[in-house]
Write a protein that binds this ligand. Structure first.
Ligand code: HAM
Length: 423
């Protein structure tokens, strides 16, 4: 038997319905905030990620699916979406459009990560990017859109944490200070942090090792060393969110795993998954597009990990999506099969899933099948009733049945489900 590649997953029905519905809500909510969908390649030149995400990050250093194509060009399966959006912005001259440009995207990303709960090698992100607005209000908007999306799914236990990374110039000052403060304890840091010391010292703040955490807790938070402009920017973001009654918590040690961020950075965590399995990450990246050779276009945005989001969906949402109305259509014989499929179509128009029995089961076996697929009712299409333009609708929960005129079947079935909801 051929098995799936490690770190990839098959998302089977009915679970897949949750994904479809989450994505439908994302399209609706982010579309409502003015974000149009951009569909980007899964394959990009490797250099794009090296120059944007950063050479010394975990993603570029050890997690990318990179290979040479038949002509020897180095290609990478995208590990994230922001770099591709920035490339597309430059390449397609989106700077010529009315600014700012609001884009949304969703789809698979690839990272060769160590396997653990909530961490996959192919995973999906849902993201938005707001390009061409440097104001704190732009950050407030993307976080408000995020909050609105999560609220639409029924979440009430997620926490948004936020920090101020300062400007790139502040970052270097901060790194110097961090190293000075940690220098006396350098040999107490774990081996990973010893390596990070030279390659990417900011990542030391992310370390999970207990001793490293103790040492980090003693250091000066990054927000304390940022410029006045950066300080005011993030304060205004916080004030803007407070005005919208969107609770956010300061996380003074929060740094992100990608190099392009500055000033506002944020994450969403769920008490169900713990602080280490982040559901969403984002922030401001005003230098990304110019670093990639474009104009000085500021940007801000985020990406949600859809796999993790689906894992912690509120029970109310799960129930609503998974317990959707199902009706089985049972044509008794080839002569009435077409009527069966016609009924399927008219019920589907009402949002009812109404598969027709197509394997030639008897009535008894058909009713058994209807029960197994979770049907609330069966529409039995028999030749004699059909001669009177009627069918039998059997309520499988109650074990009662009624003869119903063909044209009235959709109305009647919708009524059955409404009654069931009231009970
Ligand atoms: P990121 O923090 O690398 O940011 O990823 C965003 C989210 O993707 C994470 O919070 C997590 O939920 C999910 N994710 C990442 N890796 C995995 C994995 N191996 N398995 C499952 N889920 C995963 C970015 O990618 C930025 N591009 C976000 C952004 C957009 N910033 C500004 N705009």
């Amino acid at each position: 038997m051929i098995r799936k590649v490690k770190g990839t997953r098959d998302i089977l029905p009915p679970e897949s319905r949750l994904w479809v519905e989450v994505e439908a809500v994302a399209h609706r909510v982010f579309g409502g905030f003015g974000y149009d969908e951009i569909r980007l390649p899964l394959l990009e030149p490797t250099e794009l990620f090296v120059r944007s995400v950063g050479e010394d990050t975990d993603i570029v250093g050890k997690e990318m699916y990179t290979f040479a194509d038949r002509k020897g060009r180095s290609l990478t399966l995208r590990p994230e979406g922001t770099a591709g959006v920035a490339r597309a912005f430059i390449e397609n001259g989106l700077g010529q459009r009315p600014q700012p440009v609001r884009l949304r995207y969703l789809g698979p990303m690839f990272r060769y990560e160590k396997m653990q709960r909530g961490r996959y090698r192919q995973f999906s992100q849902i993201g938005i990017e707001l390009l061409g607005a440097a104001t704190p209000l732009a950050d407030v908007e993307v976080i408000a859109a995020l909050h609105s999306f999560l609220a639409s799914l029924g979440f009430d236990d997620l926490v948004i944490v936020l920090n101020n990374l300062g400007d790139p110039e502040d970052r270097q000052r901060f790194i110097d200070l961090l190293k000075t403060e940690l220098a006396p304890h350098r040999d107490e840091l774990c081996t990973d942090c010893q390596r990070r010391w030279d390659t990417n010292p900011l990542r030391i703040l992310d370390c999970k090792v207990a001793r490293c955490r103790e040492l980090i807790a003693e250091t000066t938070p990054v927000a304390d060393v940022v410029s006045d402009e950066a300080h005011d920017h993030v304060e205004e973001v916080e004030a803007g969110l407070a005005a919208l009654d969107i609770p956010v918590r300061r996380a003074p040690r929060l740094v992100r795993g990608l190099d392009y961020y500055m000033r506002t950075v944020f994450e969403v965590v769920s008490p169900k998954l713990g602080e280490d399995t982040v559901i969403c990450g984002g922030g401001r990246y005003d230098r990304l597009i110019s670093d990639l050779g474009g104009a000085r276009v500021p940007g801000t945005g985020f990406a949600i990990g859809e796999d993790r989001l689906v894992e912690v969906l509120p029970e109310s949402f799960r129930r609503r999506v998974l317990e959707r109305p199902v009706v089985a259509v049972l044509p008794l014989g080839a002569a009435v099969a077409a009527t069966g499929l016609r009924l399927t179509r008219s019920l589907a128009d009402r949002g009812i899933s109404a598969p027709t029995e197509v394997t030639g089961r008897s009535l008894k076996a058909g009713l058994k099948w209807a029960g197994k697929i979770g049907a609330r009712a069966a529409v039995i299409v028999g030749e004699s009733e059909l001669a009177d333009d009627a069918v039998i609708v059997r309520d499988l929960d109650r074990g009662e049945q009624e003869t119903v005129k063909l044209s009235e079947v959709p109305e009647y079935v919708v009524g059955l489900f409404q009654d069931a909801e009231k009970e």
